[in-house]
Design a protein around this ligand. Structure first.
Ligand SMILES: Cc1ncc(COP(=O)(O)O)c(C=O)c1O
Length: 482
């Protein structure tokens, strides 16, 4: 018999537990906790599990973690989901083992156009030059390079990255303060472990922000405090209301709002770090792309003793390379090493290929071409929106690989995203990046990996989705119109 009320104490029922070998990612641990609760009968067949947003709030994780866990259990046959109704437990210990989803289950329509943020232009990956760099490295690496790797990265790449960051980002970086890592996320995990070892247990993050950064910090054992963002970036004064002594900030281009941290707030943030004897962790993930003027220099240059700098090639070349860097304050370098005893740098030959790619000027040439391409693609997107969707409002600095689109009055983002997905268009809802639902209704549109010719038909599908009667939000006393 279906159980319609689900007033369980979810946080208690789903004891997500600490990371274990083979199950260190938060969504895997949540899926495991759910599966166990269903298998041992604590979650009976027919019980509705909470909406992903509600469970994420209760467990203090991102909504992405919950949707991934639910998706996994749906695929395994423990849960079933139907459009318009709650996701429910579809298995009981008394019945046969769950049947994984078969091809009889309706599969979502294929994605024809992808306007979700996250990727650079993968078609423009500089394959030929990357092959040249790899070939050069294979031919020239001394046999010592093929020995045991330095866990902080090969000195050649650390030197090259330090030079690159000094000249292009105004950073105060030297080979000794640079560690090579697998990207910003990996760099943040390493940094958080070091902070924890130094007695810092609480970290502030931007809200809205990229959920994986929250998850990375939690997985390293820190308590996370969401702090709001407004048109000047992170609300620095609000940090005083938390017990955080460290903060992650997208100073050059906040994700997903697209704001730039104002000069006054940059100065105040550095002052805050000194006052609390803490640190700022600067996420410089897409700062190479600024289209209205030169990129703003990193905050790290203002006080290298208080600011960590994280960056990667995920937005400039490809996240599949898994190459990034972390610049640490001198005082934290020993803690960083000690707190990450088994963390390995990415494969040495890949590191040397990136060093060659940068040293030969190919990275700068690639960035120049990418800037031109993304500037004109952003212009095309904004122009097409202005004519095709005049009631929408575009926000965000002319930078990076995404814009914010505030929807016309009355449109409900969640149903717009669903209607668009049914038509083959992938979109992202600003609310998905928040820890709590807000009155602001906006989409985050990524233009990195969509071709120019796909933009008009993709926006035509968005217009259609907005016209669908289902997308008009019912009056909601708890959610004002923007
Ligand atoms: C805010 C933010 N920071 C950092 C990154 C890059 O992370 P990584 O270097 O781990 O790929 C992303 C990628 O989507 C991001 O959105």
């Amino acid at each position: 018999m279906p159980v319609s009320q689900t007033n369980f104490a979810w946080a208690t029922l789903l004891d997500v537990g600490p990371p274990e070998p083979g199950r260190h990612r938060l969504h895997d641990r949540l899926a495991h906790a759910l599966r166990t609760a269903i298998r041992d009968g604590r979650l009976p067949e027919g019980a509705a599990v909470p909406p992903s947003r509600a469970l994420a709030e209760e467990l203090g994780c991102s909504r992405w973690v919950v949707t991934e866990a639910y998706g996994q259990l749906i695929a395994e046959g423990y849960l079933s989901a139907r459009v318009g109704s709650a996701t429910r437990v579809s298995w009981s210990p008394d019945t046969a083992p769950p049947r994984p989803r078969t091809r009889h289950t309706p599969t979502p329509p294929p994605i024809r156009y992808d306007l979700a943020p996250g990727l650079p232009d993968l078609r423009a990956f500089p394959r030929r030059r990357w092959v040249d760099a790899v070939r050069a490295v294979i031919g020239s690496a001394v046999h010592y390079d093929l020995g045991l790797p330095d866990p902080t990265g090969h000195v050649v790449l650390r030197t090259t990255v330090a030079q690159y960051l000094r000249r292009s980002r105004g950073a105060d970086a030297h080979a000794v303060s640079v560690s090579v890592c697998a990207g910003v996320t990996d760099g943040l995990v390493r940094t958080c472990r070091a902070l924890r070892a130094e007695g810092i247990t609480d970290l502030a993050v931007e809200d809205p922000g990229w959920g994986r950064l929250r998850d990375a910090a939690t997985s390293a054992g820190l308590r996370v405090h969401p702090v709001p963002v407004d048109h000047d970036g992170l609300r620095v004064d609000d940090l005083a209301r938390t017990s955080a002594r460290a903060v992650v900030v997208g100073a050059a281009h906040q994700f997903p709002t697209g704001t730039v941290l104002s000069p006054a707030r940059r100065a105040r943030l550095v002052r805050w770090a000194r006052e609390v004897d803490g640190f700022v962790i600067e996420d410089d993930y897409d700062a190479e792309f600024r289209y209205d003027h030169h990129p703003v220099a990193v905050m790290q240059g203002m006080d290298p003793s208080r600011v960590f700098l994280l960056g990667s090639v995920s937005k400039t070349l490809s996240p599949a390379l898994g190459l990034g860097w972390l610049v640490a304050p001198a005082v934290m370098i020993p803690a960083l090493r000690a707190a990450n005893p088994v963390a390995a740098a990415p494969p040495v030959l890949d590191q040397l290929a990136l060093a060659t790619f940068i040293d030969r000027g190919w990275y700068d040439a690639h960035l120049r071409a990418a800037r031109r391409r993304f500037r004109s693609r952003r212009d095309l997107l904004v122009r097409t929106l202005a004519t095709g969707l005049p009631d929408g409002r575009v926000a965000g600095t002319a930078a990076g690989l995404h814009i914010l689109l505030h929807l016309p009055d009355g449109a409900d983002t969640r149903t717009v995203v669903r209607a668009a997905a049914d038509a083959g268009l992938r979109l992202a809802d600003l609310d998905d990046y928040r820890t709590k639902q807000s009155a602001e209704r906006a989409l985050v549109l990524g233009y990195g990996n969509i071709s120019d010719t796909e933009i008009p038909p993709a926006l035509a599908l968005l217009r259609e989705a907005l016209r669908s009667p289902a997308t008009q939000a019912p009056p909601d006393p708890g959610r004002d119109h923007p």
